[in-house]
Design a protein around this ligand. Sequence first.
Ligand code: PLP
Length: 499
Amino acid sequence: MAMMYNSTRDSRVSVSSAQAISRGISEDGGLFVPASFPALTPGEVAALTEKTYIERAACVLSKFLTDFTPEEVEACAAAAYGGGRFRDPAVAPLRELPGGPHVLELWHGPTCAFKDMALQILPHLMRESVRKTGGGDIVILVATSGDTGKAALEGFRDAPHTKILVFYPVDGVSPMQKLQMVTQEGNNVGVCAIRGNFDDAQAGVKALFTDRALGERLAANGLQFSSANSINWGRLVPQIVYYVSAYCDLLKAGRLKPGDNMNVVVPTGNFGNILAAYYAGKMGLPVGRLVCASNRNRVLADFIETGVYDRNREFYTTTSPSMDILISSNLERLLYDLSGGDDGEIRRLMEELRVKGRYAVPGAMLEKLRAQFAAGWCDDRQTADTIADVYKKYGYLCDTHTAVALHVYEEYRRRTGDETPAVVASTANPYKFSASVLEALGESRADEDEFDKVESLHALTGCPVPPPLAGLRGKAPRFTGVVDRREMEGAVLEMLGLG
Ligand SMILES: *Cc1c(COP(=O)(O)O)cnc(C)c1O
């Protein structure tokens, strides 16, 4: 049966997956969501335990991408996850912390953060989608809080018929994240800093996408915008795979019996990663509690507690910058699902968010939300303490984002006594945030540069430094531009040679 996708803001919109992926966002400003969820049966899950990550991916993705042939899906999965592009043969290995949770390491790809899990395959899915829908050349615009930008640049570099331009908040990314982006190679890439925070960058990109005049100007030049942000369905669907994969690994290790629940804990920013776990549950994977972990920008943790989403609050710059977000775009997809596909309700809530910066969901939706989600948050001090504690207790070095999740999980477990086997998503390699991790271990090396810190952390822990990060040393920056939000359109036109 053909899988179709609706817009969260207009249920009458019905498109194929190729259309959803090549367009990125619906014209009404809504996000594309599956009209129904394909089933993953217990028998299929059992069969996948003996399969490779590529095979697991092909199975799960084929169920959603019904307008792709199985061979096309397999080829995309093999191109993304094969050929040594991921440094671990398991692609997304699961590490057990004895007596503690299982850590799902999602950062063995080329940029050392979990965004690679989706952004290595998205260019392949997009190429096929554009071929099927007969569109023009693609212009990818990205707003990033750090990791998406680099992963998108790396995924799309030198992809035929594609250009990519990344905007990042000038003071909102870590030194390593910035270095990774401004040194990016490839002849179809651009990187530009904007004055403002991530939400400004994201709002700016969204405004460009929905600007009719700009869209027509691009079309006249044989170009069309698309998005590599997690609002793109092609970003979200590959993320479902690793939760299925983690469940298979737990079965294989005898930590679960078929049908047993698995809890999932996710350090959350834009709500994409945790939504993928929710969608895995909708397919029938036995997902128990979904624990949303926030940093001090705890707009999501508060929402799950109270049903009130309120972005009218101070914005903090934290040691987990990829979660420094006050507008979580993918939450709209969850709301749509919780409302039973009530597009009018979503339009109302999103309009309230736009006008008042806040909304309260109806009681029935809050009840459904709280039936599956739990939440918690921690500050930078607790994050640092967790890095030190986990290192001492298990000899396991984790980054700041993963530490937020580990902290929130321990608190959740203490509070509820819930001993269901848990998988904590580990979203970045610790060397991406060397300064914060070193400091957490009691070694403040304020006088050292980013690479000295990497070496100090290595000397202290012996934890291997991923080659893509070590290789950045001495690389010259290519992109030094900084613009205001209202100058973003000009930056895009200039990059496209239409300025
Ligand atoms: C993007 C990111 C997150 C947040 O993921 P969302 O899907 O936006 O919720 C967490 N940690 C790291 C390291 C990231 O790069």
